[in-house]
Design a protein around this ligand. Structure first.
Ligand code: NCD
Ligand code: ZN
Ligand code: ZN
Length: 429
């Protein structure tokens, strides 16, 4: 199987730590087949998939249903188990059953999963910390959001910017700070999803400085769109957390460059065309497709000199591999070789086109955006899943659950030595 790679770059395949494939439960939005086909086309060789499906991935039974759907996958995958108030007694069974990590919804978002009270989050962290798996957090404060949304709706606001006004940065910053404190107390490893504001960076930096095992991602839409896009994109741009003002975007870029933000993930959150194009912002579903457009969009930034190619690979491949225990990969444990690769052409010019995406819910605010730099071949464990820009349909079902190779480093001692808990324990001895 020879391809001509002259003038191209061979990179490790991207690992997208944040996708929603909707299957089971919302298969009109996406399925494992369409979602992972979109990933293969986007140069993504591994995805980590979120539990806000129906049923939510909070029990072993639900996990097994999802694993069944995932048999259609073109690319490798990890599955997040839900960490909720009602399923604390299931967490260990979920680990046994093959989840690659956990997801906790601190704030309300698609699927309406209740945000657990802080006491339940603490207990969940304690349970998971013993096993070392990373817990990803949708860090938004549900109570602040609920009160603000109610006021805005009562005031008759239903324009796109009302969504931004309902979720000011404090909504996320408060939750990031709280999550970091709970992680410090319990020794849990955590991952902050979709960092959207400059304000979140301070608790993030402080937690890292204290030795908390905390990683963070941002997404292409926070780096490439800002408040001005609401006028043109309208309800299509509705996403949790919201795309914010330019000043936040500038701070996020600086955090990408100084390493405060570890990863670029997409928060691939597909919805049907109808669900994304409503006049009323409150009833428009949040999120949009992303797994196929990340690479061309971000390679354009590489080409423009805003990010080195090495930093791009670190943020989209190396960092997620390390954070989720896939580094260094032991190829022999999964069928095929170690080669998860993407071959890119930095000169190829394309335009984001919703109608050409493999994702079912292909509405994107990036429709029409020009890109320079594109993946042309994708290999998962040595096998082509995209070749010459075309999906290799025979590769359907090639994807494996990475949990079979995942090796999280051994859990840390329960407390960072500087916490009061550690000091009190020491003094009691
Ligand atoms: C996500 C979805 O649709 O599942 N939506 C979103 O706006 N990002 C959920 C989420 O990640 O919050
Ligand atoms: Zn989220
Ligand atoms: Zn998400």
């Amino acid at each position: 199987e020879v391809v001509d790679a002259r003038g191209k770059y061979i990179l490790p395949g991207a690992i997208d730590a944040h996708v929603h494939f909707r299957d089971p439960g919302y298969t009109h939005k996406e399925t494992w087949e369409t979602g992972t086909a979109s990933a293969a086309m986007g140069g993504v060789t591994t995805v980590f998939e979120m539990p806000n499906t129906n049923p939510p991935t909070g029990t072993v039974e639900a996990l097994n249903l999802k694993l069944k759907s995932a048999e259609q996958a073109y690319v490798d995958f990890g599955i997040y188990g839900l960490l909720g108030e009602d399923n604390l007694t299931e967490l260990e069974a979920l680990i046994e059953g093959g989840v690659a990590g956990f997801k906790c919804f601190m704030g309300n978002t698609f699927g309406n999963l209740p945000s657990p009270p802080t006491g339940a989050i603490l207990e969940g962290f304690e349970i998971v910390a013993k096993h070392g798996y990373r817990i990803a957090l949708h860090a938004e404060n549900a109570s602040i959001m609920a009160r603000r949304s109610k006021k805005l709706r009562e005031a008759g606001r239903c324009d796109p910017l009302a969504h931004l006004d309902a979720r000011p940065p404090v909504v996320a910053t408060e939750a990031v700070s709280r999550a970091a404190i709970l992680a410090e107390w319990t020794g849990a490893r955590i991952h902050i999803l979709h960092v959207s504001s400059g304000d979140e960076l301070r608790p993030l930096r402080e937690a890292k400085a204290r030795g908390v095992d905390i990683t963070a991602e941002t997404c292409p839409h926070y780096l490439l769109l800002d408040e001005r896009a609401y006028t043109e994109k309208k309800s299509l741009i509705r996403v949790n957390p919201p795309v914010r003002e330019k000043t936040h975007q500038d701070q996020l870029w600086r955090a990408v460059q100084d390493g405060t933000i570890d990863m670029i993930a997409t928060d691939h959150a597909p919805h049907s065309h109808e669900e994304k194009h409503r006049d009323d912002i409150w009833t428009t579903d949040c999120g949009f497709t992303g797994v196929q457009t990340q690479m061309p969009l971000m390679l354009t930034q590489v080409g423009a000199g805003r990010l080195s190619l090495t930093d791009y690979v670190r943020m989209t491949s190396l960092a997620p591999a390390k954070a989720f225990g896939l580094y260094p990969r032991k190829g022999a444990l999964l069928p095929g070789s170690d080669a998860d690769l993407v071959i890119i052409d930095m000169e190829r010019e394309t335009q984001v086109d919703s109608s050409k995406l493999k994702s079912k819910g292909s509405s994107t605010p990036f429709h029409g955006h020009a890109a320079k730099g594109a993946p042309v071949h994708t290999l998962v464990r040595g096998r082509f899943v995209m070749r010459d820009g075309a999906l290799v349909t025979e590769a359907k079902g090639h994807g494996c659950n990475v949990r079979r190779i995942q090796q999280m480093p051994t859990p840390k001692p329960r407390n960072v030595e500087t916490t009061t808990a550690a000091i009190v324990r020491k003094n009691r001895k």
